[in-house]
Each structure stands twice: as C-alpha cells, then as structure tokens.
Ligand binder design. Sequence first.
Ligand SMILES: Nc1ncnc2c1ncn2[C@@H]1O[C@H](COP(=O)(O)OP(=O)(O)OP(=O)(O)O)[C@@H](O)[C@H]1O
Ligand SMILES: [Mg+2]
Length: 553
Amino acid sequence: MRIMAKLIALVKPLAGVMVLAILLGVLGNLCSIFIPVLGGLAILERAGAGAPLGLAFGSLIAAAVVCGALRGAFRYGEQTCNHFIAFKLLALIRERVFEALRRLCPAKLVGRERGNLVTIITGDIELLEVFYAHTVSPVAIALVVSVIMTAFVGLYHPLYALIAAAGYLTVGAALPAIASRAVKADNARLREDAGRFSSFYLDSLRGIAELLRSGAGERRRAQIGGKTDDTDAIRRRLNSREGALGALSGLAVTCFALITLTAAFFLRRAGYVDTAGAVIPVVAVYSSFGPVLALASLGAGIQSTLAAGGRVLGLLSETPQTKDVTDGVTPEFTGAHSDGLTFSYKNTGYARSPVPDDLVLRDLSVDIPRGKITGITGRSGSGKSTFLRLLMRFWDAPEGSLFISDAPVSAITTEHLRCIESFVTQDTELFHDTIEANIKLGRPDATRAEVEAAAKKASVHAFISSLPNGYDTQIGELGDTLSGGERQRVGLARAFLRDSPLLLLDEPTSNLDSLNEGIILKALRDSAGERTIVLVSHRASTMGIADRTYSVE
Ligand SMILES: Nc1ncnc2c1ncn2[C@@H]1O[C@H](COP(=O)(O)OP(=O)(O)OP(=O)(O)O)[C@@H](O)[C@H]1O
Ligand SMILES: [Mg+2]
C-alpha cells in the first residue's frame, strides 16, 4: 500500500489527464455494456412487451450501433491518455534515478553489483509502465462502472443490486487478492533471480575474452543454462497459476449470471417485476463484468510491478555515502594536508569485511605543499588509492584529519572541490563520442588548439593525428582497439586540459613505455609550480620527479 501510494503520488502533475482517462474508460465500458441491453430492449419491443423509454425498435437498434462506434472512440481516447501518463512518468522516473545515481556514485558502484543496478534502470522502470498505463485507471474505472451498474439493475429490483455487487466484489477484489497472495513469493524470487542473472550475464560478457583464454567458456555457458532453467520453472508455475485464476474468474462470472437469472425467474413469477424487469437485468449483469475481469488479470502481475516499484523507490530514497555540500566554503587552493588520518571502509555500509581491525589507513600524516609534486608509494593494498578517494571526498574522512587549503574537505562546497581537483585513475572511461569530445569532458568550451596542447603534454597528439579522422574520430569506431597506454594518455590529456590547481594521479604511467613516460613526466615537471601534483606510483622512474616522497606502510 505504501509503495502504491508513493507511486500514485508521482501522478499528481498529470491528475487532469488521469481523470480524463478514467472518464473515457467509464463511458467506453458503459457503451459496450449497453449494446446487448439495448438489443434486449429492442427484442422486447418487437415481442410486444411495450416500448421502453418510449423508444421504437429502429431507434433502439440505432442507439446500439452508436454505442458500438463510440465504444471504439472512447477506448482509443482512454488508452492514449493512459500511455501519455505512463511514458511521461517513466521519463520523469528515469531522470530521478539518474539523479539519485549521481548522488550515490561512485561509492554506490563499488558497493552493489552493477547488474542489479542495470536491472533497476532498464527492467524495473519499464515494468512501472504496467502500473501507470494498465493499473491505476482500470481500478478506478472498474469501481465507477460497478457502482453505476449496481444502481442500474437496482432500479428494477434491490435483489439484483445485491447479487451484482457480490459478483463484482468476488471477481474484482476477492479472487485477485487470493491470487496475488499465491504468487507473491514466486514473483519476488523471479525478480531477484532476474537481477542476479543480469549481474552474472554482464559479468560473463565483460570477461568473455578472459573466459575463453582460460578455457572456462563451456562451463560458464552451462552455468548460464542452469540459471535459466531455474527461472523457467518458476515462470511455468506462475503461468499455470495465472491460467487457473482466469478459469476461476470465468466460472464466477457465469455463476453470478445464473444466480441473477434464477432471481429473475422467481421475481417475475411472484409478480415483483415485469417482463423487461426479468430480462434486462440478466443481460446487464452478464455483460458488465468486463472492467472487473480486467482487474482479475492484473492481480497476478501487480506483485511484480509493486516489487519493481519498491526497488526503484528504494534507490531514489537511499542516502548517499557523502552528501553534496552546497553552502560550504570556497577557498582558493593553497595546499592540502592530512593529520593523523585513520580510515576504515567498515563503518560506511559498503564494507566487505566486518573485522574490527579492518583499518585501511592509520595515522597517516601527509603534507601536500602548493606547487610541488608529492609522491606516494607503498605496497599494494596499503591504501594509496583510498587516500586519493578521500581527497576527492568519495568517502568522508574522520573529522579533523584531512584538509584542503586549511579547510576540512567536508566543509568545502562540492562543486568548488570538483573545480579544484582533477583525478586520473588507472582505467580511463571513454565515452561514445569523438576523441576531442572525450578530452574536453571536463572543459567543454576549450578550443581545438587547447585540446591539442593538452594532448601533446600527454604524449598522445602524434597518435591521434595518425588516425584518418584525427580528433574527430569516433571512439566507437575504434572499438576496443585503443591500447591500455593510449587510453591512459587520453585520460591524462583530459586532466591536463581541465587545468585544475590540484592534480591527483593514481598510477598514471603504469601502462606506458619509457619513452611516453618520459614525455609525460617532463610535462608534469614543467607544470609543477603553477600546479600541485599528488603522484601515486610503484615505479621508481616515475617517483624520480617528486619533490618529496611518502611511503605508506
Ligand atoms: N570500497 C571498499 N570497501 C572496502 N574495502 C575496500 C574498498 N576499496 C578498497 N578496499 C580495501 O582497502 C584496502 C586499500 O585499498 P587501496 O585501493 O586504497 O590500495 P592501494 O594502496 O591503492 O593498492 P594498489 O597499489 O594495489 O592500487 C585494500 O585492502 C582494499 O581491499
Ligand atoms: Mg591503488
């Protein structure tokens, strides 16, 4: 109920369209119900039971034809409104999810399986279409139509109203409720399995070359097959339940029609109703189950829709590892330092092991003077990258231990912090765009000349110029053909172009030969003075340019 209320709350800006959809839906359903009712009246008139409402046979048939035509128009209008609402909302939700991810990343991407996120972003959001286009208004339509029809047959005799109301409640509420309880567990498992399966599949796809190289391809294929079989079994069970529900609903409709017929028989014999009063309500009741039957078929699906909605809402309301600071200080960069910095991932909710002595950094004091190159070395896993992430405030360092320009990192406005720092990691993410656009990522207004200057410093200009389309080459056209070193140099060019006062480099030369390394180190050396550099590396040759070197134990 809570999830449903939250999802419906999102419709608010489109409430007008929703009301229109419901109105058109009610009118459409009434049209289709009244086609047989009008037909019944026409037959009664021909049989000499009198002209109801004073309408002659011809007029009644004409009215039925008009109802038939209008039914189509109303249905069209209703569906158009519903899908308009659904896709507008999906767009809105996608935007919000992207916003949420931006708040939550990058800590989020470390913590949760990416495949699961992909399932939320694609599958779960898509499933909400069912909710907005085929759940909200049908429920309202069924409710309104049922009330109108109950009142209509009640005009002939109250007993009809009683039977009709019981029928609508059974088919539209009781049966779907029972059915949805029966499939709840299976549905939840199905969605979870789907999430895990995408993770596994994505993982396999990313590592396919590795799998083939190590001869594990066949085994992996079998594993994928096994997981599909599991899902398949659940799906089959769900389908058979759904079929059973359909059969039960059909049976219930027939039963209630028969009960109405029986009631009509006795009411007529006892003289409580005339001939029309014995025929029309039976026809009306039998033909009016359409809207509630639509609900019955929703019953099974609603659980998975709500489960999907729950996951999307959960992501939207998740609190980020670090909150963006909007009203903090915005100091000019004058250097950075840490003072007895102690850090563990374990209190952050993304920890991998809850061991109490899971400290990554203990008592780390580093001085990063402005305009100098500060080198950091240390064995693998000693926390060097962690230190850079803390400077970026991907995670929060404990209070009073990490400062930029003498202000605690957590007190600096996030946007300003991003302006001060550039961070180059070992793996450079390239986007499907031109090489120029990829380099200009952090400074979209840079000129071609500035881009080329940055590329020269990063020793990648010659390579880019050798491509047939030069800087306009689409990264996509190159596919995965860019070598590790080439990617890394594009990443460095990006950072050089951004020209922020503090440059954080995490193993920037790990994929480079000594010639390229030399060019880049020279560029770094030359730019020190105006720029402050923190350089993490295992290589002695790279460390050679540092003014001062720290070693993390
Ligand atoms: N998100 C995380 N959650 C929990 N532990 C983490 C997380 N990220 C890193 N760690 C752990 O923290 C420790 C330090 O990792 P870090 O990446 O900072 O090491 P590093 O010094 O950069 O190593 P390398 O030289 O191999 O790059 C490692 O033991 C690592 O397993
Ligand atoms: Mg590292």
